[in-house]
Structure formats: structure tokens, C-alpha cells
Design a protein around this ligand. Structure first.
Ligand code: 13P
Length: 253
């Protein structure tokens, strides 16, 4: 079975003390994370070390960064490199979140460079894609998401693409409380898998975990994750609440 993943994206929320408390609360409530499952915590850069020290030695639990720069080192004030993440033991990074695309002008081409530097340094990207409302209303979501994937990922070999996790996050569902229906999510995830199958073959496409993001909550996760091509979630708001996020972990297949 493909890896089933509950990934928390804290975004720019919580103080260090609040973050530590949240992880303590989640630890106290979490029972079993099965072998085919993972819990991932994408925390702000300044909290990576705290989170890694607290959870880094737990089976099936990974701490992730929310971003990384496309250069190895140098005069790039304010940026964070793959080597810095590696030196903290961080092996996962969220790339191409729609908020970074929108507010920090991250393009498909720029993201291709970030994907490359991650893979060259054994860091797993959780690569985000997804369309805005106007694109969905024009029924152009497949073309749009297909282009995001092609322009950022299709230069990769089959061996490399197997190391990527995809997060489909329709922008109209992020932070709006307006979740895609499980049918909409399944339809898009199946499309994304078919795009990989056409390029890399079915066998490779079937190994890629595709997470859904956009108003995932404790009470809708089970239905979303039950869809055959939905392999977990990338969770914003609900990941800031211990009970909610543990319910989401428990909803994994
Ligand atoms: P919400 O779960 O708050 O809608 O955010 C989704 C998201 O952007 C996760 O990366």
C-alpha cells in the first residue's frame, strides 16, 4: 500500500511555547501510527529543532520545513538551505504551497529548481499544486494542475519522481471551510495519478502518495481519505488543535 500521510502545516502560527504544548498534547493523544502511515509536522523554521528533538526519534513521525531555498549556500539573506535542514536532521519539506506561489511569486520553473536541490540532498518534497476558484469555475483545473506538475516535475527520472509526495490543494478550499467533496477530491487525485501514469507508467504512478489539502477536519477526514486515490491530507487550521489533528491521523487508511 502507498504511504498514507497526515501532514500538519502550521503556516505562520503559534509561538515556540504554544508549538511545544501542541506537540505534547498530540503525543499524549496519539496511540498507534501504523507501518504504512506517517504523521508529518511542517513547523516554522525557528521551531524545527525543538520539534525534531521532541519527535524526531518516533517511528513514522517526520518533522518538515515549510520551504527551502534553491541555492546551496551564499549571500541570500533570510533564506534557508537544504544543508541547514540536513544538519538538523530534517528530511522533508513542503514546496510550492499556493501561499508561496501567490505572495512570494514562486513559479513552476523556480519550484523545479527547489525540487532538484531537495532530491540531490535526499530531502523529500511535499509538492503542492491546485487551482484557484476562477479556474475551477471555467472547468480548467485539469489543464492548470497538469501544467504545474509538468513544468516543475517532468524533468525528473522515474526513480526521482517516486520520492515525491504530492499535495493537491484547491485554493478555493484553503482556510475557507469549503472542503472539496470527496468525489471532487477523488476525481482530481485520479487525474493527477493518470498524468504521472502517462509520463512514467502505471507502476510508478501507483507508488506516489497524493494528499488532499483544503479545510480537512477531524469530521471530514475519514470520508476524504476513504477515496482510493486520496492518500491522506495536508492540514492547516485543524492541525493547530491536538484533538482535531489526532482525529485526522486516526482517519488514515
Ligand atoms: P486549511 O486546512 O486551513 O484549509 O489549510 C490547508 C492548507 O493550506 C495546508 O497546507
Amino acid at each position: 500500500m502507498r504511504k498514507q500521510i497526515a501532514a500538519a502545516n502550521w503556516k505562520m502560527n503559534l509561538t515556540l511555547q504554544q508549538g511545544e504544548q501542541l506537540l505534547n498534547d498530540i503525543l499524549a493523544l496519539t496511540h498507534e501510527i501504523k507501518e504504512n502511515q506517517q504523521a508529518v509536522f511542517a513547523v516554522p523554521f525557528p521551531y524545527l529543532q525543538m520539534a525534531q528533538q521532541k519527535l524526531g526519534n518516533k517511528q513514522q513521525v517526520f518533522i518538515a520545513a515549510q520551504n527551502v531555498y534553491n541555492k546551496k549556500s551564499g549571500a541570500y539573506t533570510g533564506e534557508v538551505s537544504v544543508d541547514m535542514l540536513q544538519s538538523l536532521g530534517i528530511k522533508t519539506v513542503v514546496l510550492g504551497h499556493s501561499e508561496r506561489r501567490e505572495y512570494f511569486n514562486e513559479t513552476n520553473q523556480f519550484l523545479a529548481e527547489k525540487v532538484n536541490i531537495c532530491l540531490e540532498n535526499n530531502i523529500t518534497p511535499i509538492f503542492c499544486c491546485g487551482e484557484a476558484l476562477n479556474i475551477r469555475e471555467a472547468n480548467s483545473q485539469n489543464v492548470f494542475v497538469g501544467q504545474q506538475l509538468a513544468e516543475s516535475l517532468f524533468h525528473l527520472s522515474a526513480e526521482q519522481i517516486k520520492k515525491i509526495v504530492i499535495a493537491y490543494e484547491p485554493i478555493w478550499a484553503i482556510g475557507t471551510g469549503k472542503t472539496a467533496t470527496s468525489e471532487q477530491a477523488q476525481e482530481m487525485h485520479a487525474f493527477i495519478r493518470s498524468v504521472f501514469a502517462a509520463k512514467y507508467g502505471n507502476e510508478v504512478a501507483n507508488t506516489i502518495s497524493i494528499l488532499y489539502g483544503g479545510s480537512v477536519k477531524g469530521n471530514n477526514a475519514k470520508e476524504l481519505f476513504a477515496q482510493p486515490d486520496v492518500d491522506g491530507g495536508l492540514v492547516g487550521g485543524a492541525s493547530l488543535n491536538a484533538q482535531e489533528f489526532v482525529a485526522i491521523i486516526n482517519a488514515l487508511k
